[in-house]
Design a binder for this molecule. Structure first.
Ligand code: CA
Length: 228
């Protein structure tokens, strides 16, 4: 079930969007400010974002720029009352995948979201590399430098998830959802931690650069840069 994050300060718009999107089978989360939206991204990665531009605090375009630094591929649809060509152009230039003007037709919004989600699936990358660690999604081969590494299916999926969010924190909640396919992480936290420990042993222990980092209060992150 695709997950959509709505960043929108007008309750009426947000509520009708939530209702409608749930009816067509999406899971929906709603943030009323851009900052809240960015926090939602950290806690529970959505499949697509519907972003308003006129928001209290940081403006939608500013939020989009921050979001794009970490999530190049995440589909974002701007839904705004700003209808000037300039607004549309700057939205698309800053990395929005689509732009719709309020008032909008709900069926069109759903159709456009579906197109974005399909595109996202097709463009999914099938091989990753970082600091000598490489994984191939199709053959499921993992190597670090010249050494071949055997991972269990769960360990592999966690590592793939880390690569898909490279240099960006991944929460236990996201791991629970994407790897174990369950919503609540709490009872799983210890199990997840054991898997991370084993994964670290296999891919990091013998190497100087440790790639799986613990981000306090947030989760884990795959990165070759030391955290300050
Ligand atoms: Ca607004």
């Amino acid at each position: 079930m695709p997950r959509i994050l709505i960043i929108e300060d007008e309750p009426k718009v947000a509520e009708s969007l939530q209702l409608g999107l749930r009816e067509v089978g999406f899971e929906v989360e709603w943030a009323t400010t851009g900052e809240e939206g960015l926090t939602c991204l950290l806690e529970n990665m959505p499949d697509a974002v519907v972003l308003d531009l006129n928001l209290p605090g940081r403006d939608g375009l500013d939020i989009l720029a921050t979001l794009r630094k970490h999530h190049e591929q995440l589909p974002v649809l701007i839904l705004s009352a700003r209808d000037a060509i300039d607004d549309r152009v700057s939205g698309l230039e800053r990395g929005a995948d689509d732009y719709m003007i309020k008032p909008f037709a709900f069926t069109e919004l759903v159709a456009r979201l579906k197109v974005m989600l399909r595109r996202e699936n097709q463009s999914s990358v099938l091989a990753f590399e970082l600091a000598g660690l490489s994984i191939d999604i199709v053959s499921r081969q993992v190597r670090r430098d010249s050494k071949s590494i055997n991972l269990t299916p769960r360990e592999f999926e966690i590592l793939e998830l880390f690569f898909r969010n490279i240099k960006h924190p991944v929460s236990r909640k996201t791991i629970a959802r994407d790897v174990w396919k369950v919503e609540r992480a709490t009872s799983l936290d210890n199990v997840i931690d054991v898997h991370i420990m084993r994964l670290r042993k296999k891919i990091d222990e013998e190497f100087d650069v440790k790639l799986i980092q613990t981000i306090r209060g947030l989760g884990f992150m795959l990165s070759d840069e030391e955290q300050g």
